[in-house]
Design a protein around this ligand. Structure first.
Ligand SMILES: Nc1ncnc2c1ncn2[C@@H]1O[C@H](COP(=O)(O)OP(=O)(O)OP(=O)(O)O)[C@@H](O)[C@H]1O
Ligand SMILES: [Mg+2]
Length: 461
């Protein structure tokens, strides 16, 4: 019962069985009573058409043989047994008594219906069980001087109705058994086809789980399973892309780490030479310090980025005045600015610019942007930092007047390790900054043309 195949086959079986049960237990009895009613209606119509024949002779003085002949003929015309009963009234109660019977010698009829017809003066119908089988009975009152003096009792056997219904019941059972067998077979086949398709999906999922993204599932229909297969193929494609990106990331990261390490190794070897003059030794040491600094920044950046991508970097959003933050971070750059002969201006509005963000992380983004403005522009550049607020957003912009970013590079600068190689950077700065902005429900955008590059950090206010 645990397989889809068996469950579906059982469901088909149960539904068919229920339909047959309804046919057999509800429709067949209804059919039987409908047929019996039909029989009574027919008998009643025949009685209405023929009763005058017997009414003409009933109560008149005719020889018994003649009376019996009329009764027999009338019965024949109505295609039924006709029993003529006289109504005697004893103690105010009508007591019908048989005068003549077209089927003399047949089982006696219950005089109750005849008594009812005599009492009501209307045609009465009913059915009656006799030793010869069930009968449909119609009692027609015959009046003389406004008094019901006779009742013509028409009766006809209804055993054929039961016979017919029994045949129908038999047919229902035979057809039902066939339908059940078909339903189970159909259910089993349909379920088997479905199960095979589900199995294919399962095998494909196992392949993907084992790291094989090469074989997509063939999409052979537009139904739900086809859609599932299509969604699965999309997922497989995305996973393959992620997998490629991950491998590329690891390759690039290890390459980036290896370069300064090799360079460090080389300098250390050179420094071991005891005949080295003081001046050269100092130059080498400066190089060593630079490579160590590069390694330190790279490892910190890599750690930040991997934590951001894994979602494990915890942010603490709070209302922050961006103007204050911009001034504080800008002042950190005073020594570097002096070194590069650059000028940094902080433009602030008179009112505080409040945003909901993590101040430590916004400061990190600002350092990345100001550092870029300094390192990717010629010495002596002008940098403008401004904080503004409108339509529900706080915006922090860093503008420089350097050479700008080439159009084709604009879509790539936010990718990890993209760098223009004009400096010793590793290309992680903007990747980290844009991830951080998104984690704070903000956005980092860029506009650039020669002589003017603006990075704008947009944060919810
Ligand atoms: N203000 C800018 N002016 C011109 N080019 C820029 C500017 N900011 C970024 N870029 C370009 O975008 C690239 C990516 O910047 P990103 O900060 O991610 O890496 P990086 O500065 O090269 O290295 P690092 O990881 O050390 O910051 C840079 O290499 C540079 O080509
Ligand atoms: Mg940078």
């Amino acid at each position: 019962m645990r397989s889809l195949r068996n469950r579906l086959a059982f469901l088909f079986f149960a539904i068919t069985l229920a339909s047959i049960g309804v046919l057999y237990l509800y429709i067949a009895p209804q059919l039987e009573s409908r047929l019996r009613d039909e029989k009574i209606t027919q008998l009643r119509e025949a009685a209405q058409k023929t009763v005058f024949e017997v009414a003409q002779v009933a109560g008149t003085i005719v020889p018994t043989a003649r009376l019996e002949q009329v009764v027999r003929q009338t019965g024949d015309h109505a295609n039924a047994r006709l029993t003529l009963m006289r109504v005697n009234t004893i103690g105010g109660e009508p007591q019908p008594e048989t005068v003549s019977d077209s089927a003399s010698g047949a089982a006696a009829l219950d005089p109750q219906i005849a008594a009812d017809a005599a009492r009501s003066g209307r045609t009465e119908t009913g059915s009656q069980a006799t030793s010869a089988g069930p009968l449909a009975v119609v009692a027609m009152p015959i009046r003389q001087d406004r008094r019901v003096t006779f009742v013509a009792l028409y009766s006809t056997p209804t055993s054929d109705v039961e016979g017919n219904v029994a045949v129908v019941r038999g047919q229902i059972l035979i057809a039902g058994a066939l339908a059940l067998a078909l339903a189970v077979l159909a259910g089993w086949l349909v379920a088997r086809a479905l199960a095979q398709r589900v199995k294919r999906l399962e095998q494909a999922a196992e392949q993907v789980a084992a790291g094989d993204f090469s074989r997509p599932i063939p999409v052979d229909s537009d139904d739900e399973l086809g859609q599932l297969a299509r969604a699965f193929n999309d997922m497989q494609r995305q996973l393959a892309q992620l997998d490629r990106a991950r491998k590329q990331f690891i390759a690039t990261a290890s390459h980036e780490l290896r370069t300064p390490l090799f360079s460090l190794g080389g300098f250390v070897e050179l420094l071991e030479d005891e005949e080295l003059d003081e001046e050269t030794r100092r130059r080498f040491l400066v190089q060593v310090r630079m490579q160590v600094e590069r390694l330190r920044k790279l490892t910190v950046d890599l750690l930040d980025l991997s934590r951001l991508e894994a979602g494990s970097l915890e942010l603490r959003p709070e209302p922050v005045d961006l103007s204050e933050l911009a001034s504080a971070v800008s002042s950190e750059f005073e020594p570097v600015l002096a070194q590069r002969d650059a000028h940094l201006e902080v433009r602030l509005t008179s009112r505080p610019v409040e945003a909901l963000c993590d101040p430590v992380r916004v400061a990190q983004i600002m350092r990345i942007l100001i550092d870029n403005a300094l390192t990717h522009s010629p010495a002596g550049t002008d940098i403008v930092v401004s904080a503004t607020r409108d339509d529900g957003y706080a915006r922090l912009a860093v503008r420089d007047h350097g050479g700008g970013i080439e159009r084709h590079a604009l879509s790539q600068i936010f990718e990890p390790f993209y760098t223009s190689n004009d400096t010793q950077g590793s290309g992680l700065g903007l990747a980290i900054a844009s991830e951080l902005a998104e984690r704070m429900r903000g956005r980092l955008g860029v506009e650039s043309r020669p002589g003017r590059t603006v990075f704008t950090l947009e944060l919810p206010a």
